[in-house]
Design a protein around this ligand. Structure first.
Ligand code: URA
Length: 247
C-alpha cells in the first residue's frame, strides 16, 4: 500500500492532507521518516507502527476498541443534550474512512447517558452487526445500585421474567444476584430500551446508578479509568466472537 493511502486509511485526513504531511517530513514508519507519499509499505508486516507529528499509531486494518464510558455522555453521533462518547476518542478514530467515506468508529449498541462501563466501538460493519444482533444473545452483565433494599422476591421475579409496557412477552434476566443490600448484578441477553431500569422498576425498586461490567467473555479491565479507551487485542476479540462470547 502507498504510504499516503495508509495514512488516509487510518483517519488522518483527506489524501491530499496526508500526502502533505508526508512531504513535510511529519510521518515516520517504524521509526524512520519517509517523505515520499508513494513509498510502498507492507501492511501485512506484524506490528507495523507509524507516527504522525510525533504521535505513534499502530496500523489497524479495522478498528476494534473498548471504552470505559463515564456518566454524562451519549452513545450517539449526533447527541442531543450531552457530549458524544466519540468526543472522548482521538480525531483519527472519528475520521477513519469506510468505503471511501468518513464514517469513523461507532458504538456497539447504546448505553444511557447516566450509565457507566464497558462500551465497544468499531468501524467494521459486520462486527457491529454481529455484536448487536438480538438473535445472537450476547450476554451483558450490569451492576445496579438500587434505591430500596433488594429482597428475594424481587430477584426471583427478575429471573422468572417481567412484562414491560412495549411487549407482552416477559423479559427475564439470564442471571441475577444481590451483591449487597442495595446492589444487584444482572445478566441480560437482549438489549431493549432502558431494559435494566424498566425491569427493576417493574419489580417495585428503582435503579440509582448503572454500570456495565462485562460483554460476552470480555470484562471491563480494572485499570481502564472512566473516559479511557484501548484497542482490543486478538485475545479480547476472541473472547467476544469466539466460543465464550458471541458464538
Ligand atoms: N439498561 C438500561 O436501563 N440502561 C442502559 O444503559 C443499559 C441497559
Amino acid at each position: 500500500m502507498r504510504l499516503d493511502d495508509l495514512i488516509f486509511s487510518q483517519g488522518f485526513g483527506v489524501r491530499r492532507l496526508c500526502a502533505g504531511l508526508i512531504a513535510a517530513g511529519r510521518v515516520a514508519v517504524d521509526g524512520k521518516v519517509r517523505t515520499d507519499p508513494a513509498t510502498p509499505i507492507d501492511v501485512t508486516a506484524p506490528g507495523l507502527t507509524f507516527s504522525v507529528e510525533g504521535t505513534p499509531w499502530p496500523y489497524q486494518p479495522r478498528a476494534y476498541l473498548m471504552l470505559h464510558k463515564p456518566a454524562g455522555y451519549e452513545c450517539s453521533q449526533r447527541p442531543s443534550a450531552w457530549p458524544s462518547v466519540l468526543s472522548l476518542l482521538p480525531a483519527p478514530l472519528r475520521q477513519r474512512p469506510t468505503s471511501g467515506k468518513v464514517a469513523g468508529v461507532q458504538p456497539v449498541g447504546r448505553l444511557d447517558q447516566d450509565t457507566t462501563g464497558l462500551l465497544l466501538l468499531s468501524d467494521d460493519g459486520a462486527f457491529l452487526h454481529r455484536m448487536s444482533s438480538p438473535k445472537r444473545h450476547v450476554p451483558k452483565v450490569y451492576e445496579a445500585q438500587t434505591r430500596h433494599p433488594l429482597d428475594e422476591r424481587q430477584l426471583a421475579r427478575l429471573r422468572e421474567g417481567v412484562v414491560l409496557n412495549d411487549d407482552p412477552r416477559p423479559v427475564r434476566a439470564a442471571d441475577c444476584a444481590a451483591l449487597d443490600s442495595h446492589r444487584l448484578s444482572l445478566t441480560l441477553t437482549e438489549g431493549k430500551y432502558h431494559q435494566v431500569k424498566r425491569m427493576v422498576a417493574a419489580v417495585g425498586n428503582r435503579v440509582e446508578t448503572l454500570h456495565r461490567a462485562r460483554i460476552g467473555g470480555l470484562v471491563l479491565p480494572a485499570d481502564l479509568a472512566p473516559g479511557q479507551w484501548r484497542w482490543l487485542g486478538a485475545r479480547e476479540l476472541e473472547l467476544l466472537v469466539g466460543d465464550s462470547g458471541v458464538g
